[in-house]
Design a protein around this ligand. Structure first.
Ligand code: UD1
Length: 424
């Protein structure tokens, strides 16, 4: 199995081009089910999760054509199967995003329940309840959500007790083809939600309120939509990860092709720690800090501090003075990276969903194991300042969401290689 070997690389320089956002690409690929024509997606990140979802669509009967490495054209007119099998959902939880659009267009579907994952139980009860509110008849049998709405979905008032990103996306997509008006109260406000709404509006759906506490969608009553070409927004989590590479090594680097507003929670935290931040229309430069102060983070829904950046900031905290505190509010088990960071010499104590990190620690290279996507990037960051070399195993997690990670890190001065190793 491939592993990454990273040698101590504490003097980074230059710039990195940020790819399209995986978490925007996934709902938009699912949304192509609502289209009557070919849909061209550009600035698509070439990562495993994106490839898996496109493959899943083709298994249902859709066709896809690569235009280049980062653009694809998808046509869903020949979908003749609406069963999303366990094997695919197991590989990628986001396959649940097919529930809303399949049900809206074909009036029935079977989608495997995802089950738990490395970062927690991650139920999909809110997705299921919302589809029920929109008129679907739902039975859970043999691990599958069996959903049907023979007369089509109907607009409805959906009130989310808890904010859910993919849950909100499923309802938006289902509502786009439903009969009547859907009002979503307490929706997610992530930039990826805004992009999905913008794309559907350009495709002819009446949508308002995205980014606020209430989204209103007037459905097309089953009429398929007329999609325009889509340019995926930049990946704010990939961008934040590279900023952390600059931060942990106290180097000045620039990230290009970003929307700085989407990164404000991250750049504000970096400023609080002591870094200078220079912002241009589509780039951000992190400037060296004189001293790195400890910090506090509580993860939250957008526009709060993203849970997807928690692990990277934990690695950074090992190099800050004093005690930093990180409270994980969204996922109950998202601390799998703690043990691995400790193997490198980090001083972290865990109490429930709060981690206290005492800095500064002299990290020492070791063999460590990636446990989920963002935990893996925290290990890469720690490896940059660990003495000697660090070998990171199970890097298939990284490939799910970071495009060309070795090439991009090499460009800014990281000594990194992907090697073939024993099965671990
Ligand atoms: C999305 C992102 C993921 C990010 C997460 C939180 C994608 C593809 N993934 O995941 O990278 O970490 O948002 O920002 O966009 N919940 C329920 N019932 C449900 C749905 C969710 O209890 O039906 C809970 C979850 O267990 C979690 C919280 O709600 O505690 C937020 O989860 P959610 O926003 O749904 O995460 P995802 O959409 O799966």
């Amino acid at each position: 199995m491939d592993y990454l070997r990273i040698k101590h690389s504490d003097n980074l320089y230059g710039s990195v081009k940020i790819s399209g956002a995986k978490n925007s690409a996934l709902p938009l690929i699912a949304a192509t089910i609502l289209s009557k024509n070919d849909v061209v997606l550009e600035n698509l990140p070439n990562v495993v999760d994106v490839k898996v979802l496109i493959k899943l669509l083709t298994m249902l009967g859709a066709s896809s054509k690569d235009i280049n490495e980062n653009s694809v054209s998808i046509n869903t007119n020949n979908i003749n199967n609406t069963q999303v099998v366990y094997d695919m959902v197991r590989k990628m939880r986001a396959s649940i995003l097919l529930l809303g659009p399949l049900l809206a267009r074909f009036r029935k579907c079977q989608v495997s329940l995802p089950g738990g994952c490395a970062i927690g139980a991650r139920p999909v009860d809110l997705h299921i309840k919302a589809m029920g509110n929109m008129g679907a008849d739902i039975h859970i049998t043999n691990g599958y959500i069996n959903a049907s709405a023979p007369k089509g979905l109907k607009g409805s008032n959906i009130i989310f007790d808890k904010i859910t990103v993919t849950g909100t996306e499923n309802v938006i997509m289902a509502a786009a083809l439903a009969k009547g008006t859907t009002i979503i109260t307490n929706p997610a406000k992530e930039p990826e939600i805004i992009q999905l709404c913008d794309v559907l509006r350009q495709a002819g759906v009446e949508i308002s309120g995205q980014g606020s506490n209430e989204i209103v969608i007037v459905g097309s009553d089953g009429e398929l939509l007329d999609f325009k070409n889509i340019e995926i927004i930049p990946d704010r989590i990939e961008a934040g990860t590279y900023l952390c590479a600059g931060a942990i090594t106290n180097s000045s680097i620039t990230i290009n092709n970003v929307i700085p507003k989407h990164l404000e929670a991250i750049t504000n935290k970096l400023k609080e720690i002591g870094f200078g931040i220079e912002v241009d229309s589509s780039s951000i430069t992190i400037l060296k800090a004189r001293e790195l102060s400890g910090f506090e983070i509580t993860t939250s829904e957008y526009p709060g501090f993203p849970t997807d950046m928690q692990a990277q900031f934990m690695a950074l905290a090992t190099q800050c003075n004093g005690v930093s505190t990180i409270k994980e509010r969204l996922f109950e088990n998202r601390f799998m990276h703690v043990n691995e960071l400790q193997r490198l010499g980090a001083n972290i104590s865990l109490l429930g969903n709060v981690a206290n990190i005492s800095g500064r620690s002299n990290l020492i290279g070791a063999d460590v194991m990636a446990t989920d996507l963002r935990a893996s990037s925290a290990l890469i960051l720690a490896a940059l300042i660990a003495s000697g070399e660090t070998r990171i195993h199970r890097i298939y997690h990284l490939d799910r969401g970071y495009e060309k990670i070795e090439q991009k890190l090499s460009t800014i001065g990281v000594k990194i290689e992907r090697l073939k190793g024993d099965k671990i």
